[in-house]
Design a protein around this ligand. Structure first.
Ligand code: TRP
Ligand code: SF4
Length: 348
């Protein structure tokens, strides 16, 4: 490592083990992470314990899903030579820190987190009235503080979790940081996440069944585009449309060249092009983006052991950093492992 390595700011981010990733995961996070690897000292964590907070009843797919996430990360260009890529549950110290942080986190802080309230209201098919689900952001705080991350790249919905992490860090430092702060307060780095619609026009999401996966082969991408909804005002080929209200138009804005965008803008508004043609251009752009990823993925798909080895090596590095942090934490709390003689009553 060059000396400058240590001067780089540290990044930590995480993604739940949900299995194969889609384009929304790419433009919302992964794309950004790949670019950050050169500038920051990066830790990227597959947060499999976070997956359990909602999917605790059936754990049969969690491990498989962690590997799938890692395959997509490597395919997208995360590089184990540059970043530490690891699995949360392989670094048990996250659980230890989570426990200690949970002692100082007021319940009210957790009950006020917007994602908590939303998900309790919206997810009805699972019982989310669990201790673990309420504590989700404390576990996230442990992930972040364990590596003393300066910067946490996240989407809009996660900003409240980072703010909570800062509050927990402040409270910890206040109680135990007599000899200086134990934890720095991390900053969130908001990923400019363009609105990425799925094939039905709603936000792209695995659970809506409207996603284009990073692993979708060309024919599947083209087929999905064919069924994608368009500007409802364009009923007939001769009706003019508006790319600004069309989900396919949104895809062009994110993925197509300015030349293509120009052709879409002019052609759609004048009914000079048909939607079928327009969609095929969008599919071209997606195939162009995805094919190098799928090419990179092949090696790992043929031998997934390679990806697992990367996760294991990353987890080992993460455990080393975590062990240091935990020494500092125990020390600050007066609970180090070292023998200390009993205090004699020196009040004369
Ligand atoms: N809560 C994050 C999400 O749902 C995932 C996550 C867990 C995370 N731990 C993290 C993100 C630490 C950033 C940093 O997207
Ligand atoms: Fe959408 Fe393209 Fe059809 Fe216009 S031409 S409505 S942008 S698919």
């Amino acid at each position: 490592m060059t000396p400058s390595t240590n001067l780089r700011k540290r990044v930590l981010s995480g993604m739940r083990s949900t299995g194969k990733l889609h384009l929304g995961n790419y433009v919302g996070a992964l794309d950004n992470w790949v670019r950050m690897q050169d500038e920051y000292e990066c830790f990227f964590c597959v947060v499999d314990w976070h997956a359990l907070t909602t999917d605790y009843a059936d754990t049969s797919q969690v491990k498989r899903n962690s590997l799938e996430v890692a395959l997509d990360w490597l395919a997208a260009g995360l590089d184990p030579e540059k970043a530490v890529i690891f699995i949360q549950s392989h670094v048990p110290a996250h659980a230890e820190l989570h426990l200690l942080l949970s002692m100082i986190t007021p319940l009210g802080w957790l009950e006020r987190v917007p994602t908590y309230k939303e998900q309790r209201e919206n997810i009805k098919d699972k019982d989310l009235g669990t201790y673990g689900f309420l504590g989700y952001p404390v576990l996230q705080a442990a992930d972040i503080l364990m590596y003393k991350a300066d910067v946490v790249p996240v989407g809009e919905d996660q900003v409240a979790h980072i703010e909570l992490t800062r509050e927990i860090a402040r409270r910890f430092n206040g109680f135990y940081g007599k000899r200086g702060d134990v934890f720095p307060e991390p900053q969130s780095l908001l990923t400019r996440a363009p609105k990425l619609p799925g094939t039905d026009g709603r936000k792209m999401s695995k659970s809506y069944g409207n996603a284009i996966l990073l692993t979708d082969p060309e024919p599947v991408v083209r087929q999905k585009l064919k069924t994608m909804v368009t500007d409802p005002a364009r009923v007939r080929r001769s009706d003019p449309g508006n790319p600004d209200v069309c989900p396919v138009g949104d895809l062009h804005k994110i993925f197509s060249s300015s030349d293509t965008m120009e052709k879409v803008n002019v052609g759609c508004r004048s009914a000079g092009i048909g939607c079928i043609e327009c969609k095929s251009w969008a599919a071209d752009a997606l195939v162009q983006l995805l094919s190098p990823m799928q090419e990179r993925r092949k090696k790992f798909e043929e031998n997934p052991r390679l990806a697992w080895d990367i996760l294991e090596a990353g987890s080992e590095r993460a455990r080393q950093v975590a062990a240091k942090t935990m020494d500092g934490v125990r020390d600050a709390m007066g609970m180090s492992l070292a023998y200390e003689p009993p205090v004699v009553n020196d009040a004369k």
